[in-house]
Design a protein around this ligand. Structure first.
Ligand code: ATP
Ligand code: MG
Length: 424
């Protein structure tokens, strides 16, 4: 679990703002649910034999109430189950579908490594109550737009993988064929795959073990077991992506790690982050709302890992420089402080970012701090200027076009010249 400190936290805020801007353009609204939920919600929602529930959840027993009853609670390992619970609890799906997005920390007790942490953060979207395939395509287009606006798609740093998991009956038929195939290769399976053979054979195909790739590639493909309706849904999504020019690769082995998916599943992957290469994963989960006690309704969504996005953006040099203030206020004498601080409030009211030099120190050290702050201007509140209601403004960034000549401005009319600082 990490502390997120300046200057890195500026990248977080920048990325979150980029994400929010895209999400809002599609009409998605923000939802915030508790970090702690009943453990049973995740067991029912995510699935009993998934990695998350089997070994990664931070689950604990709460203190007993006065009747001696203690609740089983867990830190959320993902947010879809919590969002669905909230929608059911507040009858939010009664009249229409809902398009939602969230940001927040998730918790999984995994082996920590680069791009994999025990507290990590996701941005995610959930479109509830829509059967698609238009909305499947919409959430993929939304991810695509975000990645494009960040410069990741045009730079070919990420690519989209797509699959269709069909419906329960189709998966059941495939499962039989798959188990028969895996039994033929039983001796070569690793421990994880042996364990999943009968509980969750589809997940065996998701194995990252290099020794098992040939075996997994040769396994019966779920796509070959799909009926007409599932295929039509898949083709519907693909037709929209094709028309929109969103490139994708069909990956018949893409199954995702959570049990609730059906039909469309997808991942945005990168080869720049080693084995932590999935930056975003999602899909359709039409059965989950009913499974969690709501009236049956279809749904689709995705989760994007913020840490991995930031690692990737840094890796390919697409992170912006940390923001710098417009101005740094240099105060030679404490006497004028009230007047100075009122003037600075006027600048901030006009939108200027201005940092006050704290306490008293020599002019030399104040100028040093002004330079180090990266500010475009030093505002020098000398006693003589203050007596005349003026401030000296010194440009700090020498450039061929801009003069570094110092000039004075009138403190009584800050809004008249604030734009000079803003637009430098
Ligand atoms: P992976 O296969 O990498 O374990 P996942 O399938 O478990 O990913 P999801 O549950 O779909 O991941 O979560 C969505 C996204 O959240 C992932 O694509 C990834 O970017 C991010 N993510 C998942 N687990 C972690 C973690 N432990 N630390 C950092 N980011 C994570
Ligand atoms: Mg995982």
């Amino acid at each position: 679990m990490n502390d997120i400190l300046p200057p890195d936290s500026a990248s977080w805020e920048w990325l979150e703002a980029k994400m929010r801007s895209v999400l809002q353009r599609y009409g998605y609204a923000n939802v915030r649910t508790p970090i702690v939920e009943p453990t049973a919600l995740f067991v029912r929602g995510i699935g009993e034999v998934t990695d998350i529930v089997e070994k990664e959840m931070y689950a604990f027993e709460d203190r007993a109430d006065k009747h001696g009853q203690a609740e089983h609670l867990a830190l959320r390992p993902e947010m879809t189950a919590g969002v669905v619970r909230a929608m059911i609890e507040h009858s939010f799906l009664r009249d229409s579908g809902r398009r939602l997005y969230y940001f927040g920390p998730m918790f999984r007790r995994e082996k920590p490594q680069k791009g994999r942490y025990r507290q990590f953060h996701q941005m995610g979207v959930e479109a509830l109550g829509f059967a698609g395939p238009d909305i499947d395509a919409e959430v993929i287009l939304m991810g695509s737009r975000l990645l494009r606006e960040l410069g990741l798609i045009d730079g070919e740093h990420v690519s989209l993988e797509l699959n269709c998991l069909g419906e329960v009956a189709e998966r059941r038929a495939h499962r039989e064929a798959l188990i028969a195939y895996l039994e033929q290769h039983k001796d070569s399976l690793d421990e994880d795959s042996q364990r999943r053979l009968y509980t969750n054979p589809l997940r065996v195909l998701d194995t990252k073990n290099p020794a098992l790739q040939a075996m997994a590639n040769g396994a019966p493909k779920l796509l070959d077991f799909l009926g007409e309706a599932s295929l039509a849904h898949f083709m519907g999504v693909r037709a929209i992506l094709d028309a929109a020019g969103v490139a994708y690769r069909i990956n018949p082995r893409l199954v995702r790690g959570l049990d609730y998916y059906n039909l469309t599943v997808f991942e945005w992957v990168t080869d720049k982050l080693g084995s932590q290469g999935t930056v975003c994963g999602g899909g359709r989960y039409d059965g989950l709302i009913e499974q969690l006690g709501g009236k049956a309704a279809p749904a689709v969504g995705f989760g994007m890992g913020i840490e991995r996005m930031l690692l990737l953006l840094e890796e390919v040099s697409l992170l912006p420089a940390a923001p710098t203030p417009h101005a740094y206020a240099i105060v030679p004498s404490a006497q004028g402080l009230p007047q100075v601080m009122v003037a600075l409030e006027g600048l901030r009211a006009a939108g200027v970012t201005v940092v006050l030099h704290p306490g008293q120190s020599s002019m030399k050290s104040q100028f040093k701090k002004a330079d180090a702050s990266g500010a475009a201007f030093a505002l020098i509140f000398g006693e003589d200027e203050l007596d005349q209601g003026l401030v000296a403004v010194k440009p700090l960034r020498a450039s061929p076009e801009a003069s570094t000549e110092q000039f004075t401005r009138d403190l009584a009319h800050v809004s008249d010249w604030a734009a000079e600082l803003l637009n430098a």
